[in-house]
Design a protein around this ligand. Structure first.
Ligand SMILES: [Mg+2]
Length: 219
């Protein structure tokens, strides 16, 4: 820890490209698991939907130029909105679009910048999905991640380590969805029968944070 000079410990456009590519790879690797989780309490399409969407995002990345992190995240959000059906497309699309709005014109992000971005994304998801913590949704992984980033920011933690702390918090949040009864989305139709299953959206959100930790590990 200690002092962090303003221009030290930042991630750049290339690191965010690496983050998005890593997330696409994680979704591909865990597609069957996400399908299994969504089959238990939903309609079973989360793994295939997210995989299709992230493949579209990666296609866009291949033509991404410049150093504007906000433009990059917005392009990813647009690709998700236009290619992913079900609840995941609008929610993950909104997450990326709002992260892009929060980072418009930025060529680098420090811990504060990453915190603001993910918090804006979370707010967008909550505005769109109307989910609160404890509803057994992706919000249950994202809220602890944002809280961990805020703590890292006030402790002066560099962005790579901050992402690792956020991923660890998201993992705890994901696991905490297992005993919850779903109150939002298709899973809520199951009522008490949704208890005992890990939420697929919280799982993919954990993968998003784990991908950031992996992509920013050398920062
Ligand atoms: Mg589904």
């Amino acid at each position: 820890m200690g002092c962090v000079t303003p221009d030290a410990d930042t991630i750049d456009h290339a690191a965010v490209v690496a983050w998005i590519r890593r997330f696409a790879a994680e979704i591909d690797e865990h597609r069957a698991e996400l399908v299994r989780l969504d089959t238990a309490i939903g309609d079973g399409d989360h793994g295939t939907n997210m995989d299709r969407g992230m493949r579209k995002v990666v296609e866009k990345l291949d033509g991404a130029a410049g150093d504007d992190i906000g433009a990059l995240l917005k392009a990813a959000g647009m690709a998700l909105v236009s290619s992913v059906g079900g609840a995941a497309g609008p929610l993950y699309g909104t997450l990326f679009l709002q992260m892009g709005s929060a980072t418009g014109g930025a060529a680098t992000l420090d811990t504060a910048g990453l915190t603001q971005a993910l918090e804006a994304g979370l707010r967008g998801v909550q505005a769109r999905g109307k989910a609160e913590p404890g509803d057994k949704t992706m919000v249950d992984a994202l809220v602890p991640a944002v809280e961990a980033l805020h703590r890292a920011q006030s402790d002066g933690v560099a962005v790579g380590e901050a992402a690792r702390l956020a991923a660890a918090a998201a993992e705890e949040g994901m696991k905490a969805t297992i005993p919850m009864e779903a109150r939002k989305g298709r899973a809520s139709y199951l009522g008490p029968r949704s208890v005992g299953h890990q939420d697929p959206g919280a799982t993919s959100s954990y993968l998003l944070l784990r991908s950031a930790a992996e992509a920013f590990a050398n920062t």
